[in-house]
Ligand binder design. Structure first.
Ligand code: FES
Length: 541
């Protein structure tokens, strides 16, 4: 039951207010489990249980988004509910998301750093490599003398309370005190990860000598305390793209008192240091054939290596692939459906953690749509069909309903007070928009390099989604060209791996600098060709 995961130990009694929006009350935003739109009234996911106090009446949007059972249990959407006087709230438990901490290689002995000064050999030396992602943060602690991995720790990026994608962070940073709030919460987060890594491996934090950090350009601007607003508007000029060297305490980190921080270089506003790190980790430039690096998240970043050149572009794919901006969407965590398939005319769902299905994560969304296309329930134009097609083997039409003019397919029909689980027509449209953007980006890279899709022999799929999905579904849905079936390989957390390599080696840091300058970034922001290809690529299958 969706209202059963509210945590009795996570309650808040507010001060007195006069009809103020719940989301804006101090301490509320940070405690809400999901707020992908960052309080912009568009995602409908910011659930809070009201235990006592006076609230505005339930809005039409809340009636649409919340089940009767949720409303009966006092659950409201924080963006739509205003309060008067003091109020007592309870928040849902924050589940641990599936975070990609693995790198394609574990042994970095060949990268271990020499002592430049030939100095004190009794002194142990450690370093931390960190991947600062928009959604998650991962830190990997290493012994710099042996190249041995000591510990890997991860967290959800606390900035997700301010919105899931980089645009919402950019917007929040321009509010009064916004920049400071974003920077402080990520510095605290890095300190927590460093402390945990040190505590779990018995390494005093004073023995951390170096920290190498990678991330997209917006994340690194915020970390450095540089306002990222110019990255959100034309001409999208970053304040810096080259590497940053700074003492940990000057950056604002409190835990590693002696460490030197190295922030990896970016190529542009849209192709960040995480992609530079990915190019290093996948040895993209060493490929003998044309090869691609593809990072799918709220943005789709792609780099094509062809004829000794690196072509790159970034397309906004929206948060659908992270399980957000879809009606029953959620992060890939316990309770999320991540696999869907038909067997003997039965629809099967795999749920992370083996729990009751609570929602669909990105891979669950892709697999649902793929399965419904195969079953003849979703047409190539994305239309959810009410009338079964003649060649359909089983009549699923009872699972298709229309509510408030929105068609839904029920993966788990509602029962009693249970909300059930569905995919809506609008969710399928979100996926089509994602597909259109990725296909158009790939096509423009191929055109820039003057090659055909069939000539690309290796596709390195990086990022969380790339490693948790069956890559075949991307080809089945037409997101990737059919010639790439069998050529797609997961590259694990290539950003973290690149940061580890940069932590260990001066040569790699030089290479990172060269790569950041070598990449030719396509500007798609005003490209008519992109728009045309985008619209042309939205059909499925
Ligand atoms: S609607 Fe409240 S955070 Fe999105």
């Amino acid at each position: 039951m969706i209202y059963n995961n509210y945590d009795i130990n996570n309650e808040l009694t507010t001060e007195q207010y006069e009809w103020v929006r719940l989301f804006d009350l101090p301490g509320v935003r940070e405690r809400i489990t999901d707020s992908p739109c960052g309080g912009e009234n568009s995602c409908g996911k910011c659930r809070v249980m009201v235990l006592a106090g006076e609230c505005s009446t339930v809005t039409a949007e809340e009636k649409h988004r919340l089940s009767a059972a949720e409303l009966e249990h006092g659950i409201r959407l924080a963006c739509y509910c205003r309060i008067k006087g003091t109020i007592k709230l309870r928040f849902a438990q924050k589940a641990v998301p599936q975070i990609l901490v693995h790198t394609a290689r574990d042994n970095f002995n060949d990268f271990k750093t020499g002592r430049m000064d030939g100095g004190d050999h009794t002194q142990r030396r450690f370093g931390m490599a960190m991947d600062l992602g928009t959604t998650t943060v991962v830190g990997s602690l290493f012994n710099l003398d042996t190249g041995q991995k000591m510990q890997v720790c991860s967290r959800l990026n606390p900035q997700t309370a301010f919105g899931l994608d980089v645009m919402s962070r950019i917007n929040y940073s321009s509010r009064e005190g916004g920049m400071e709030a974003l920077q402080n919460c990520i510095l605290d987060n890095l300190d927590e990860i460093i402390s945990e890594g040190c505590a779990r491996s018995g390494v005093p934090s004073c023995e951390i000598e170096k920290i190498a950090i990678t991330g997209n350009t917006v994340m690194l601007h915020i970390l450095a305390g540089v306002n990222p607003s110019p990255l959100g508007r034309f001409p999208y000029t970053p304040a810096f793209t080259s590497a940053v060297h700074i003492a940990a305490h000057d950056l604002g980190l409190k835990v590693p008192d002696n460490a030197a921080v190295y922030m990896m270089p970016s190529a542009s506003a849209f192709i960040g240091a995480d992609i530079v790190a990915g190019i290093l980790a996948t040895d993209l430039e060493q490929e003998t054939d044309h090869a691609l690096l593809l990072d799918l998240g709220t943005n789709g970043e792609m780099v094509l290596f062809s004829n000794n050149r690196l072509w790159a572009c970034s397309v906004a794919v929206g948060p659908a692939l992270e399980g957000m901006n879809i009606e029953c969407g959620m992060r890939a965590e316990a309770g999320a459906v991540d696999r869907v398939w038909l067997e003997n005319e039965t629809l099967n769902l795999h749920v992370i953690g083996g729990l009751d299905a609570r929602g669909l994560c990105g891979s669950g969304l892709l697999e649902t749509v793929g399965t419904l296309i195969k079953a003849g329930i979703v047409a190539a134009n994305g239309r959810l069909l009410k009338t079964p097609q003649p060649d359909q083997t089983f009549d699923w039409s009872k699972r298709v309903t229309e509510i408030d003019k929105s068609r839904r397919f029920w993966l788990k029909p509602p029962r009693g007070q249970e909300r059930g689980l569905f995919i809506s027509q609008n969710d399928i449209r979100q996926l089509q928009l994602t597909k259109g953007a990725i296909c158009a980006g790939i096509e423009l890279l191929l055109r820039a390099a003057a090659i055909q899709a069939r000539q690309v022999k290796a596709i390195n799929l990086t990022g969380a989604l790339g490693n948790y999905i069956n890559p075949g579904i991307l080809v089945e849905l037409g997101i990737l060209p059919p010639e790439w079936q069998g050529r797609i390989r997961p590259a694990c957390n290539s950003a973290l791996q690149g940061a580890i390599m940069a932590l260990m080696s001066d040569d790699i840091r030089d290479q990172a600098e060269q790569i950041s300058r070598k990449v030719t970034c396509l500007d798609l922001t005003a490209s008519e060709e992109f728009e045309k290809l985008f619209v042309r690529s939205m059909s499925l299958g």
